[in-house]
Design a protein around this ligand. Sequence first.
Ligand code: HXC
Length: 265
Amino acid sequence: MDESLETVLVAFDDERGVGTITMNRPDALNALNGQLRDDIIAGLESLEERNANADGVALRAVVLEGAGEKAFCAGADIGGFSSESAGGSSARSHYDVIRDFPAPVIAKIDGYCLGGGLETALACDFRLASEDSTFGFPEVNLGILPGAGGVQYVEKLAGPSVAKELAMFGNHISAERAGDEGLVNHVYADNEFEDEVDDFVTELAGQAPLAVQAIKKSAAMAVQTGLEEGIEYDRQLFAELLETEDHAEGAAAFGEDREPEFEGK
Ligand code: HXC
């Protein structure tokens, strides 16, 4: 299944169960206008539908990337801000949809990752960057703040000093520094970027899918709640996973000294 929305390309790799959403406004460095925000949601929903219609879990991971040579995403489209740019309406924003998406979403960052683009990447489960990528919150230069939780996310990942430095100065930082601060999972040399991302995604997509989805839920719970409630939540997830065919398959494969074949059941 490959489909083309106005500002997003959607692809699905049947072999690995990997969806790809490409933000496709390269002439505007993939800046987020209303259409692009809507199309990201529509693209993710079409991947989710495919998943729901499959026998078991077919969709194991989604890669989110930017078209063109220069940018993952240069932020909200400066041509027209509103509170909706930050997801401020009754409908779920693309940030919420990514964050709540059942399968893990990987931001594949090659170039500028700024403002709402960085917040989009932060809503993803993983951030993989090429070494020439740059990161920043330039909103302060426009007299606003990162409106979709950028300071909140960076504060949790890298602490308050880094969050305030990024947001108050509005400067770009290198991929290397973003990696050192824990804002991205891995930084790869440009000539190895495609292969390294592919390997990462392939390995993730080969993990037991229901366990991966439960871990995503657990991690989301961990930032919302206290330790005791979080541990209780994990116990429930654990009990559910114990009943799955994938768990039986994983245990059998271990006993038989072979690779497990997980089916998401
Ligand atoms: C609309 C944008 C854009 C943006 C770039 N473009 N960023 N259009 N919104 N955020 C357009 C430029 O106007 C230009 O169009 C084309 O993309 C190429 O950009 P250049 O500036 O010519 O490229 P370059 O000189 O390489 O500079 C790249 C850049 C710069 C450093 C990334 O474009 C820049 O500073 N952009 C703004 C980044 C920004 O402030 N983002 C945060 C937005 S606020 P033309 O037609 O001239 O070729 C935000 C708030 C979120 O995200 C809060 C709510 C969630």
